[in-house]
Ligand binder design. Structure first.
Ligand code: AGV
Ligand code: CA
Length: 311
């Protein structure tokens, strides 16, 4: 079995950084490059954490590119600032960020370059999908070079997590940040595995899991991951209490046996207007088939996460 070649586009949140650690720990994945969307983060923070995590894994050879496009529905500033705490943790402060692998081209340019240079790449996205959509809009022929897209985004048969003015809470935040890009993504004929809230709702981060992780804190990556997760506990109680394994589950899809995450194929469309901008809804007959993840066997996923972090 060949390793999966993977482009990882993330948006710098705490669980995006955890997902990066997990992907770097998978022995069936070759990470081709990392791109950053300035969505649920501030770009300098996310860049610093990305470069430092690559350094920790001795993977300063993996190129990193930054997205410069800002979606029309900004994330709450308090959420964007949350990953600053990650960069202030002792283990991160004592790691050098090696910026030799930080490219000057934009994220969409880097994505097109990597799609050309490697056959059959899987694109994992744990933030809004704008970087990939913009890349493929300028180079449509690269659509056929994508093996599969794995995206943490959307909410199909469950409520969303957007709670702002002029919204009916039907959308998930990554889809809402750039509703037009989300709407476009489903039109490109890509093979999409959607890790939506339908599946991630079954994986809240709870104390029981954190206790299991703490019991293996002699492993540096378990120690660091435990500290990352600790920063998410009741961080902004006024808005939303529970932090889920959103991006963690999307990353795990790359390494878990196929039967671990069940999918149903559905034809989906996306709203680009109030009051439900970014809502990903069933649209039977429109031909835009997407594989939507369903609730998972929680313990199998958690055991896999614990296993990957024993290093
Ligand atoms: O909607 C889930 C996405 C995931 O990619 N993000 C967080 C994950 O990285 C947005 C989000 C929803 N609720 C949040 C979020 C919260 N309470 N704090 C920070 N980000
Ligand atoms: Ca994210």
């Amino acid at each position: 079995m060949h390793n999966k070649k993977v482009i990882f586009d993330h948006d710098g949140g705490v669980d995006d950084l955890l997902a990066l650690m997990l992907v770097l720990s998978m022995d069936n994945v070759d990470l081709v490059g990392v791109t950053i969307t300035p969505a649920d983060c501030y770009l300098p923070d996310a860049t610093e954490s990305t470069l430092k995590i690559l350094s920790m894994f001795g993977r300063q050879d993996i190129p990193v590119a930054q997205g410069r496009y800002y979606g029309i529905n900004a994330f709450p500033a308090d959420w964007r600032a949350q990953p600053k705490i990650c960069n202030a943790l002792p283990r991160m402060l004592t790691t050098e960020a090696d910026s030799n692998n930080l490219l000057s081209c934009s994220a969409p340019e880097a994505i097109n370059h990597w799609l050309q240079a490697h056959d059959g790449v899987t694109v994992l996205m744990t933030g809004p999908c704008s970087n990939l959509v913009h890349a493929l809009q300028t180079h449509p022929h690269n659509c056929a070079r994508v093996n599969e897209v794995v995206w943490m985004g959307g909410a199909v048969d469950v409520a969303g997590n957007v709670a702002t003015h002029n919204h009916d809470t039907s959308a998930e935040w990554n889809a809402f940040w750039d509703p037009k890009a989300t709407q476009q993504l489903f039109t490109l004929g890509l093979k999409i595995k959607l890790i939506s809230l339908d599946a991630t709702n079954s994986l809240p981060v709870n104390k029981q899991f954190l206790v299991q992780l703490a019991a293996q804190q002699q492993y540096p990556m378990s120690d660091l991951a435990g500290q990352f997760w600790a920063t998410t506990i009741n961080s902004i109680p006024a808005y939303e209490f529970t932090y889920y394994m959103w991006d963690v589950l999307a990353a795990c899809y790359l390494g878990l046996p196929e039967d671990c995450i069940p999918f149903v194929s559905l034809e989906l469309d996306v709203s680009t207007h109030e009051p439900n901008a970014g809502q990903t809804f069933r649209s039977p007959g429109n031909g835009q088939w997407v594989d939507v993840a369903q609730p998972v066997d929680k313990q199998r996923v958690l055991d896999y996460v614990l296993q990957l972090l024993r290093r």
